[in-house]
Design a protein around this ligand. Sequence first.
Ligand code: DC
Length: 211
Amino acid sequence: MIIAVDGPAASGKGTIARALARHYELPHLDTGLLYRAVGLSVLEAGGDPASPEQALEAARHLSSAFDDPGLKSEAAGKAASLVSVHPEVRAALLDRQRHFAGRPGGAVLDGRDIGTVIAPHADAKLFVTASAEVRAARRHGELVRMGLDVSPDAVMHDIRSRDERDSSRSAAPLRMAEDAVLLDTSDLSIDAAIDAALTLIQTHGRNAAND
Ligand code: DC
């Protein structure tokens, strides 16, 4: 079974995707990490993530180590959003993602274009969202727990500009696939959001075991 989980930043899609992978005993790929690795590698080389040539060069030489804690930083997130605008970067990362989705037994992938581009034939597609206010509050809490001193307004501004860039780009913009089901986590705890995701997959997904 292939499960596609898409949605904007801090919507809860990563937490939900990991829980679904555990539940169905499937491998999980956080595709945002690929774009973050490309963005971070451009930054570390002193380059400009807005440059298609530099971003493509980084995408072509992407290492397979995705456990660098720097990938989770706001700087890497912003650079990821900038490099992900370039169609040539998206093309360079396509095979790796499709290959993962085609693993025997299936997989769970989360990102922005899984249900629309990477795995349009996924057995279950969730579009996870939450209000910008709730997402900004969650992201702010995460950053404060990491010991960072950031203002809630700055985080809200980042969330809004990332939403705008991810949704308005011409290559594989963030949008809900026509056959995806919407899960709004604004008023849900983590456990309630995971339960809701499982219920949606059991009612709407193909090949979903009802357990
Ligand atoms: O999910 P995330 O915050 O780690 O993603 C970081 C950026 O990467 C996001 O702002 C846009 C880009 N991205 C993408 O364009 N397509 C994906 N499938 C995943 C992420």
